[in-house]
Design a protein around this ligand. Structure first.
Ligand code: SF4
Length: 179
């Protein structure tokens, strides 16, 4: 393991509420487990990444005034009010499994708390793609496994070793993992 990750040995691990798994954690579980651990332990360099800033701008532009932030029992997501639609906006152009499951997780989470009647929409404005997602038994089962996997990973005192992927260059943790 490299120097960046080694410095974590000297950091105090914050108290984590393991019951409140977020959509972003679901995304990171499927895209990079090292990132999941770092993000969950509040090791954050996200604000320094231009790609992250671009994502935020896109997000703000897309929602404009129709957006309503919902913070339900510790998990935050965006809802377009009149349609009861949960919206997830992505800056990429390729539909990815991690984005699909992040979006589905909001439906799953609400369902677990007895809240029904919402639909989930995953949108990639730059690619003009929009997917309407529904939760079936297969997705529910997969999300059960994902939530358990997330809890297991973040309960470890150290992150899983970084593995280089195509998208690492655009990741805010790049220097941390490979610098
Ligand atoms: S740089 Fe790569 S391995 Fe490191 S956290 Fe980011 S995506 Fe994961």
């Amino acid at each position: 393991m490299n120097g960046g990750v080694d410095t974590l040995q000297n950091m105090e691990v914050e108290n984590i509420d393991y019951d409140k798994v977020t959509g972003m954690q679901v995304n990171y579980y499927l895209s990079c487990k090292t990132k999941l651990w770092l993000y969950s332990h509040s090791v954050s360099f996200e604000h320094t990444s231009d790609l992250v800033k671009l994502g935020r701008l896109l997000h703000q532009e897309y929602f404009n005034s129709q957006r309503k932030d919902v913070f339900y029992n510790g998990v935050a997501f965006d809802v377009i009010k009149p349609n009861k639609q949960i919206i997830e906006v992505k800056r990429g152009t390729r539909v990815r499994e991690c984005d699909i499951y992040q979006t589905l997780y909001y439906l799953y989470y609400l369902e677990k708390h007895g809240v029904k009647g919402f639909t989930a929409v995953l949108t990639y404005p730059r690619a003009r793609k929009k997917l309407v997602l529904t939760l079936g038994d297969k997705e529910r089962k997969h999300l059960d496994e994902i939530v358990n996997g997330i809890r297991e990973i973040i309960s470890n005192p150290y992150p899983p070793p970084p593995k280089k992927k195509k998208f690492c260059k655009g990741c805010a943790y790049y220097d941390f993992c490979f610098g």
